[in-house]
Design a protein around this ligand. Structure first.
Ligand code: ADP
Length: 472
């Protein structure tokens, strides 16, 4: 049963949960306050009734003492008026003989004569709670000695008005409690409606984006800086980033298909040429085969670089490499490919330096920078690779004296497929992805990259990487 209630509570809407919870909380607080109030009223009123019994008994004792021990029952009877003024309207006083037989009665609120208790003290009186004629009563008894008469004074104080007052109070509290429960449920519902409206609107906006896609107009206006405002900001920021990634991806697919289409078309054209003329003309055959092979190599490079960019491999925590060794290997490799090029490594207090980057990534970065430096320099390029330590980082600079990059092009060179000179890049075997890969790898390993260039004078790329932990 409990599980069922819990289950249906969990499944109900946030508004209902809110309304129910606030109703229950308000009701429980109200019930606790009422119980405390009821209990203190009960104790206080009961003590008032007790005090009234004590007061009457004290007055009666003073009255009998003032009359002296020689007083007779007849004299008491004739003093009824005086005794009437001592006792309260709802109290009954009886004078009983020593066998408990009623001799005299003043007032008549309860007919039943309570039994005399054996332990009535000779001085003072006892007060007890008894049920007479179905009503709770205080019964006070004291001994009465008037020679020769020996008996008891007995006072009966019914608690019916006290009980009816308490019942009335209980009833009023129950009705108020029920009212509080209903009112607090409605107030909770209203509050939930009011406070959750922005969430509802946010949901509508999300549904709208899900149906219409990115770029749908913003429906929701919410300017408060509370949790919902915060949530809205996070959501919008996230959506903007998602949209950006989505657009970039679209752009990438478009660019990639465009870049692949050109070599495929060239290869297709040359293969048709071979088919038609190449069999008979060895010059055409030779030229077409060479061009096709160049284009296929370009496609291969392009696909490899695109895969490099798309590779989502994470950064290993303990990746590190010897910077100088890695760079020397790549320089050797490039010198082997381009024997006419001169590459000089300049070191500034740089021995046995380890950077927090994998050897493969550092190799790829340096290779791409060196290839660009060679590609965009005129023949017999002279390139400098400077290695320096800067605080907790190591700095690698690749400087050439090639064609340089115009200032207006500098902000775009790290974008995918961006080329300053499309024809030259293609001619030199560039794909337009080299610097994007460098940028991506540098960011991935927590490094920084800067470029400075002057048209016609040359270009300098500066990269900094954090040193491996135990070197700092
Ligand atoms: P690509 O494969 O075309 O070289 P990159 O992403 O490596 O593509 O470089 C983007 C563009 O930046 C190149 O097309 C070129 O115009 C320019 N660029 C890069 N490096 C240099 C350099 N060292 N000197 C002059 N221009 C450069």
């Amino acid at each position: 049963m409990n599980r069922k209630i819990l289950f249906s509570f969990r499944r109900s809407s946030l508004k209902t949960k809110w309304a129910l919870t606030s109703a229950v909380v308000i009701f429980i607080s109200f019930a606790i306050i009422c119980s405390v109030l009821y209990w203190s009223m009960h104790t206080w009123l009961l003590s008032q009734e007790h005090q009234s019994v004590n007061r009457t008994m004290d007055d009666l004792q003073v009255f009998f003492e003032s009359q002296g021990s020689g007083m007779t029952i007849d004299e008491i009877r004739s003093n009824r008026g005086l005794m009437n003024s001592i006792i309260d309207k709802n109290q009954t006083v009886r004078i009983l003989n020593k066998d408990g037989i009623e001799i005299l009665r003043i007032n008549d609120t309860i007919n039943q004569i309570p039994e005399i208790k054996k332990q009535v003290p000779s001085q003072g009186y006892i007060v007890e709670k008894e049920k007479l004629e179905g009503i709770d009563c205080f019964v006070a008894t004291s001994k009465l000695q008037m020679s020769p008469f020996l008996g008891y004074i007995q006072l009966t104080h019914p608690l019916d008005s006290f009980h009816s007052l308490m019942n009335y109070l209980l009833m009023a509290m129950c009705i108020l409690g029920l009212g509080a429960l209903i009112i607090s449920f409605y107030i909770g519902h209203f509050l939930a409606n009011f406070l959750l409206r922005p969430l509802h609107e946010l949901r509508l906006e999300m549904l709208n984006v899900a149906e219409e896609g990115f770029g749908t107009p913003i429906l929701m206006e919410y300017s408060y800086e509370d949790e919902i405002g915060d949530l809205l900001q996070v959501y919008r920021k996230m959506m903007a980033e998602l949209e950006q990634t989505f657009l970039l991806q679209q752009q990438f697919v478009q660019d990639a298909s465009h870049e692949l289409r050109t070599p495929i078309q060239v290869v297709e054209g040359h293969l048709s040429l071979i088919k038609r003329w190449g069999k008979d003309d060895p010059a055409v055959l030779q030229e077409s085969l060479e061009t096709s092979l160049t284009e296929i190599k370009r496609m291969k490079d392009l696909v490899e670089e695109m895969l490099e960019l798309a590779r989502g491999e994470g950064v290993a925590q303990d990746s590190h490499c010897n910077v100088e060794e890695t760079i020397r290997e790549i320089v050797e490799e490039q010198l082997h490919l381009y024997p006419s090029v001169k590459i000089e490594i300049v070191k500034n207090h740089f021995t046995n330096v380890y950077a927090a980057i994998s050897q493969r990534a550092l190799g790829q970065i340096v290779r791409n920078l060196l290839q660009n430096a060679i590609r965009y320099s005129n023949h017999d390029a002279k390139i400098f690779v400077c290695l320096t330590i800067e605080g907790k980082n190591c700095k690698i600079e690749v400087e050439d004296h090639g064609i340089g990059i115009a200032e207006s092009d500098l902000p775009y060179i790290f974008e995918r497929f961006y080329r300053v000179d499309q024809a030259r890049s293609r001619e030199e075997g560039g794909t337009g992805l080299g610097l994007s890969i460098v940028h991506m790898l540098v960011n991935k390993y927590g490094g920084k990259i800067f470029v400075s260039s002057k048209l016609g004078e040359g270009t300098k790329f500066q990269i900094t990487f954090p040193l491996e932990n135990n070197q700092i």
